[in-house]
Write a protein that binds this ligand. Structure first.
Ligand code: ADE
Length: 235
């Protein structure tokens, strides 16, 4: 649900997600909230009660749009409202949403949406990070991308999701392709060795090292989860 359907259409119809929509692995229905206004001028926003800068999206078109979506879907899906005030989106949440049959993403603009319709319909308040964007469309697309790639049939074997960053809570190891030397740098010898067990060990070590250096927060959580936390706290 958006006031900028073209933005979503263009963003979602390319590359892997475009292919997934074409093949029917996922379905995307874009609703223009403006189509649900009942005034002649198609006005969707108004001045904030109590004064202040900017305009607030009106409750009515948002609610009518929501009712239309539910009636077409034949169910009452979770409604994600994209807002910097929400819970910060994480990989585990992407997995949860990927298991839902339907999810509604509500994109706000201007100074937000009338609180009363949010209270009425929103189930999940989600932020994609601690910064402020101009609207909910990019965050909705970020979420849809992260969720869709976990839906069976969206990625093919080569693109498969399970060895990538975060699938086990660690960052991915570095990748190399031909030539064996460029910019005065050689590919790590072990990758040319054909020794699968050594390659696996090297990659695991790189993942750990990289996560510890770049994302100490993730590294700590991984250690706690893998029972490696208590005895090596001082390391
Ligand atoms: N809308 C504006 N900024 C946002 C953010 N960081 N996350 C989600 N929705 C937003």
């Amino acid at each position: 649900m958006t006031l900028f359907p073209d933005m979503i259409r263009q963003g979602m119809n390319t590359s892997i997600l475009g292919r997934a929509i074409q093949s029917g692995a996922i379905e995307l229905e874009i609703k223009n909230i403006r189509d649900y206004t009942q005034n002649r001028h198609l006005k969707v926003d108004d001045y904030p009660y109590g004064g202040g800068a900017g305009m607030v999206m009106e409750a009515e078109p948002v609610y009518r749009c929501y009712e239309a979506v539910c009636s077409e879907a034949g169910c009452v899906p979770r409604v994600v409202y994209l807002t910097p005030q929400g819970t910060v989106f994480r990989q585990e949440m992407a997995q949860e949403y990927a298991e839902e049959s339907d999810v509604i993403f509500l994109c706000g603009h201007y100074e937000g949406i009338d609180e009363r319709v949010l209270e009425e319909i929103v189930t999940d308040y989600i932020s994609i990070g601690d910064y402020v964007l101009t609207g909910g469309e990019l965050p909705a697309m970020v979420m849809m991308d992260a969720i869709a790639r976990l839906v069976p049939g969206v990625l093919n074997n080569e693109e498969s999701a399970d060895t990538e960053s975060f699938s086990d809570g660690l960052l991915e190891y570095p990748q190399y392709t031909r030539p064996p030397e460029i910019l005065g740098r050689r590919v790590p010898e072990v990758l040319l060795s054909g020794h699968h067990e050594n390659i696996r060990r090297w990659r695991q070590e790189q993942s750990l090292q990289r996560t510890r250096q770049r994302r100490p927060d993730l590294y700590q959580s991984w250690r706690i989860r893998s029972g490696d936390g208590a005895d090596r706290q001082q390391e």
